[in-house]
Design a protein around this ligand. Structure first.
Ligand SMILES: Cc1cc2nc3c(=O)[nH]c(=O)nc-3n(C[C@H](O)[C@H](O)[C@H](O)COP(=O)(O)OP(=O)(O)OC[C@H]3O[C@@H](n4cnc5c(N)ncnc54)[C@H](O)[C@@H]3O)c2cc1C
Length: 384
C-alpha cells in the first residue's frame, strides 16, 4: 500500500466513488480510496435508487438537474447501462398545508424548466384509479423523475475511477486522522500510515465518527429506514409512478414483478440494521390504505438501511474551517444516490481548483450550523 497520496478518500459508497472518478478526470495526482468493508456495503447498497427533480429548495434542485444530465448519458460516459427508468414521481397531498406547499414547490421547479405539474384530485382518480382518493386534495407529478440501478451506477463510477488510476482498497478501515499545524497530514490504517495533504470524509452515516478522529463535530446522525418488497403481484396495466403518500410518510413503486413498499423511519438515531415485524405491519397497512388492491399481495422480503441525516436535511460539503485539507462530503439525508454525480463533481472542483464552479456550494458549508443559517424547507423533507 502507498505511503503517500495527494488525496485520500475515506469511504467507498456512491459519494466516495463518484468523487474518486471526478478527481481522476481532473488528474489531481495520486488518489487513494479506503473502504472498511466492501464497496457499496453502507447506505448505498441499501438504497432504492430514486431520482427526482421535485425538491423544494434551489440548491437541491441544482444538484438534481446536474446529476440528471449524468444519469442520461451514463452509458456513454461509463460503459454501463444505469437502468434509469423514468416512471415519474407522484406526490399526494391530504392536507391544505401540503397542497399549498406542493403548489409552491411546482412554481419553484418550473422556474428551473422542470416539467412538474399540479394534478387535481379528479385527475388523480382518473389516471391512477388503483389509488384510494377520497382524502386526496391534489398532488404533483413530474415525468423526469424515476429510479436507477444502484449497483450499476456504483459499478460505473468504480470502473471509471480505476481506469483513471485511483487506487481502491477494501477491508481497510481508517482509525485515525493525523493533524499537523492546522492541517491534515495522514490517515492510519492497519497496514500503517498514508500521508496526504487532502483527506475527504465520505463515510456516509459514519461521518461523525470520522470527524471525531480529527477532533471535529460533524452533525450527521444515522437514521434507520426499513423497506419491503412484495412477491410478484400485478395491478392491471397501469403506468405506475413512484407514489408518495406524504402525510403517512409512505411510498411505493414497482420492483421487478412485485412492489417495493417503504416502511417506517426511526425516530431515534442509531446503527441498528435489522428489520422488524411491526415495521412490516406498518408498511402493509399504509399500502392497503392507499392501494386497496395490495391487500392480496404478500411481503416476500425486506431490509433496513441508514440515512445520514444533517440538521436541515441538506448535504454538508466543503473544507472544515481551521483544518486545511479536511474536506466533507456528508449528510445527504437520504438523497445521496441521486445527487452523487453532481456531488462528486463539485467536491472534485473544490479540491482541484480551490472552488466548486459548477454549483455554488457555499450554502452547504458546515459553518451554517454555527451561524444559524440552516436551509429551510416548507415541509419536513421527504426521504426515499
Ligand atoms: C432504505 C434507504 C433508501 C434510500 N433510497 C434513496 C433513494 O431512493 N434515492 C437517493 O438518492 N438516496 C436514497 N437513499 C440514501 C442513499 O443511500 C445515501 O444518501 C447514499 O448512499 C450515501 O452515500 P455515501 O457514499 O455517503 O454513504 P455510504 O454508502 O454509507 O458509504 C460510506 C462508506 O464509508 C465506509 N466507512 C465508514 N467509516 C469508515 C472508515 N473509518 N474507514 C473506511 N471506510 C469507512 C462505510 O463502510 C461505507 O461503505 C436511501 C437510503 C436508505 C437507507
Amino acid at each position: 500500500m502507498e505511503k503517500t497520496a495527494d488525496v485520500v478518500i475515506i469511504g467507498g459508497g456512491i459519494i466516495g466513488l463518484s468523487l474518486a472518478y471526478h478527481l481522476a478526470l481532473k488528474k489531481v495526482g495520486r488518489v487513494v480510496l479506503l473502504e472498511k468493508g466492501q464497496l457499496g456495503e453502507g447506505s448505498t447498497g441499501r438504497c432504492v435508487g430514486g431520482i427526482r427533480t421535485q425538491f423544494s429548495t434551489e440548491i437541491n434542485i441544482r444538484f438534481s438537474l446536474a446529476s440528471l444530465e449524468v444519469f442520461d448519458r451514463f452509458e456513454e460516459e461509463f460503459g454501463v447501462n444505469p437502468e434509469f427508468k423514468r416512471i415519474g414521481y407522484l406526490f399526494l397531498a391530504t392536507t391544505e398545508q401540503e397542497l399549498e406547499t406542493f403548489k409552491e414547490n411546482v412554481r419553484l421547479q418550473r422556474k428551473f424548466g422542470i416539467p412538474a405539474e399540479f394534478v387535481d384530485s379528479a385527475k388523480i382518480k382518473k389516471e391512477w384509479s388503483y389509488l384510494r382518493t377520497d382524502d386526496i386534495l391534489g398532488g404533483t407529478f413530474c415525468p423526469w423523475d424515476g429510479y436507477a440501478g444502484v449497483s450499476e451506477v456504483l459499478t460505473g463510477f468504480t470502473k471509471g475511477a480505476k481506469r483513471g488510476g485511483v487506487r481502491i482498497y477494501e477491508g481497510t478501515e481508517v482509525t485515525e486522522v493525523g493533524l499537523e499545524k492546522g492541517r491534515v497530514s495522514a490517515v492510519r490504517v492497519k497496514e500503517g500510515k498514508i500521508s496526504a495533504p487532502v483527506i475527504v470524509n465520505a463515510a456516509g452515516p459514519f461521518a461523525a465518527r470520522v470527524g471525531e478522529m480529527a477532533g471535529v463535530r460533524i452533525p450527521v446522525k444515522p437514521l434507520r429506514r426499513q423497506v419491503f418488497v412484495t412477491a410478484p403481484f400485478r395491478l392491471d396495466d397501469f403506468s405506475i409512478p413512484l407514489t408518495i403518500d406524504y402525510h403517512r410518510g409512505w411510498y411505493f413503486r414497482k420492483e421487478g414483478e412485485g412492489f417495493l413498499l417503504s416502511g417506517p423511519l426511526d425516530r431515534e438515531p442509531g446503527f441498528n440494521l435489522s428489520t422488524d415485524y411491526e415495521a412490516m405491519v406498518e408498511a402493509s397497512e399504509n399500502a392497503v390504505y392507499r392501494v386497496p388492491a395490495l391487500e392480496k399481495a404478500r411481503i416476500a422480503r425486506g431490509w433496513a438501511g441508514l440515512y445520514e441525516i444533517s440538521p436541515d436535511n441538506h448535504a454538508i460539503l466543503g473544507e472544515i474551517p481551521g483544518i486545511k485539507g479536511f474536506i466533507l462530503a456528508n449528510g445527504f439525508s437520504g438523497h445521496g444516490f441521486q445527487h452523487s454525480p453532481a456531488a462528486g463533481k463539485v467536491v472534485a472542483e473544490l479540491i482541484a481548483e480551490g472552488k466548486a464552479s459548477s454549483i455554488d456550494i457555499s450554502p452547504l458549508s458546515i459553518e451554517r450550523f454555527e451561524k444559524g443559517q440552516l436551509l429551510r424547507e416548507p415541509l419536513t423533507a421527504f426521504k426515499e
